[in-house]
Design a protein around this ligand. Sequence first.
Ligand SMILES: [Zn+2]
Length: 399
Amino acid sequence: MKTVIRGARVILPDSVKITQVIAQGSKILEITDHYDPMPEDRLIEAENLYLCPGFVDIHVHGGGGASVNSGSAQAVLDMARAHAGFGTTSLLPTTLAAPMPQLLGAISAVREASSQTDGPTILGIHLEGPCLNPLQSGAQAPGSLLTPAEAELGPLFDAWPGGIKMMGAAPELDGGMELGDELTKRGITASVAHSNATYYEVQEAINHGYSDVTHLYSSCSGLVRVNSYRIPGVIEAGLNLDELTVQVIADGKHLPLELLKLIYRCKGAEKIELITDGLEFAASELKEGTVYRQENGVETVYEDGVMKLLSRQAFAGSVATLHRCVRNMVKAGVPLPEAVRMASENPARRIGAKGKGRIKAGFDADLVLLDKELAPVWVMARGKTVKDSLSQTTKPCRG
Ligand SMILES: [Zn+2]
């Protein structure tokens, strides 16, 4: 049986085209105007809806009440399912800095979950820390931060060969440059994260394999003035250096639309990865003003549609889902196909996820129908329908 999605405005990398997309099994079979659905085909009438590739979130700590750091494979599956309801069909579960046994537990949980899911894809794991700068700790537990020189990272890397796709670290810490070399050697994307580096240290880090910046502007050093001289930081390096891609939390809270626009002007459509940085509270119902305790013990309050530290001095991860990030980029003036690319093709390419992030024959049948407000109304992950609010318009062909 084929699934035929008919009449949608299909979002291709550079354009939007009304055409027909056919999926079979777990793959996209064809994009064509010339196919007459057979009686056994499943026909989805999608006029006035956008069809886009499933979103790929490469920086997400949890969702639907479940978190990666809990060390439970079921929690990882639950979080994947929660995000899938909002169009994220592939994700890279991301750890927060924690004691080594907890990180090892998280790696084995994600590894186990990745072999169990048959809908949303778990692409591997992203280790955010523990080698982060305490001066830019944000919502990371300060007691769990280590310098690369003192950290024994070998057991982490060996815990899942090939499964660790990205690691966030502060290159300016003792041993941080060598860590970049090590990650590069192991084929792990090294991202400048929670870093207080100067622009010049970031340039050096690029020579040691760092190629990405974690949530640009958040927990990143910026311009400082030392006596008469201005010293640019991680933010300016991320914006200015073509060697770097940047992760952007486009939840509309962490960064105002003006900054989203600035990032787009500097990095263009290909060097931005939209991320949620979602905590366990993402993709779930929250009550304004409620205090929640993160897995790492840090207390956060839900206020104004975002999680904040109790001091209200910093945000603590987000509760966003990627469709909202896409919507915010569009509000910031980014053409829809490019905003979608930042949430699908770019992050997939960033971590070398093959067959993901595009509507293309042979790619995985990860497909999302969005309404005019860019809210997901139907989601397919590897050929499995994981959300369907279309029932009135979904009907089998010829009865
Ligand atoms: Zn994070």
